[in-house]
Design a protein around this ligand. Structure first.
Ligand SMILES: Cc1cc2nc3c(=O)[nH]c(=O)nc-3n(C[C@H](O)[C@H](O)[C@H](O)COP(=O)(O)O)c2cc1C
Length: 173
């Protein structure tokens, strides 16, 4: 099974999640390619695709939109899974909120996305620039000041569980 994992990451932590998911699938016997969405030249030739993005201002990153748009036909014709990393999921009802509002429902339907994984991400305030600070403070839609989430919240067990679930579904298809 040839699997492409294509990620959009502003500060690298979503890329690391993509690598980790790739390892889990490789351990299960898949042939995995991991690439930034900007570097993907073709999707034909892969049996399945997992796309993953960080969330900025309540939506996946622009390079992810471009990727989904660019390969719309190819993505719609093979198993497609999506994951996002964010901080809103750490708040009460954050999981439901992210699942509903942090992804573009129409696009998910058009492409036939089979499953969406919502994972807590990583935010280091000292690593983001002034423009990002403004975006975060003005556009973050949670109830907590985003500065409170200044840490690495990635739950590798939860990510592994999701990757195993995806792997099982791919293998049984
Ligand atoms: C400028 C900026 C805006 C963000 N906006 C949101 C947001 O609207 N909702 C949210 O839950 N997380 C938001 N986050 C948190 C990121 O989605 C999270 O830290 C993610 O794991 C970062 O992944 P990366 O290291 O791959 O860039 C934002 C982070 C930054 C830097």
């Amino acid at each position: 099974m040839k699997v492409l994992i294509a990620y959009a990451s502003a500060h690298g932590s979503t890329a690391e999640v993509a690598q980790f998911i790739g390892q889990v699938l490789e351990e299960r016997g898949s042939d995995v390619t991991i690439a930034s969405v900007d570097d993907v030249q073709k999707v034909d030739g892969y049996d399945a695709v997992i796309a993953g993005s960080a969330i900025h201002a309540g939506m996946w990153l622009t390079p992810m939109s471009r990727f989904l748009d660019r390969f719309e036909r190819e993505l719609a014709s093979r198993p497609l899974y999506l994951f996002i990393t964010c901080i809103r999921v750490l708040e009460p009802d954050g999981y439901e909120h992210a699942l509903q509002y942090y992804v573009h429902q129409e696009t998910l339907q058009q492409l036939g996305v089979r499953e969406v994984g919502v994972f807590a991400g990583k935010l280091r305030l000292d690593a983001i620039d002034m423009r990002e600070r403004w975006t975060l403070s003005l556009r973050y839609d949670g109830g907590v000041i985003p500065g409170e989430f200044n840490d690495d919240f990635r739950d590798w067990d939860a990510i592994r569980d999701w990757a195993i679930k995806v792997g099982e579904r791919l293998e049984s298809a």
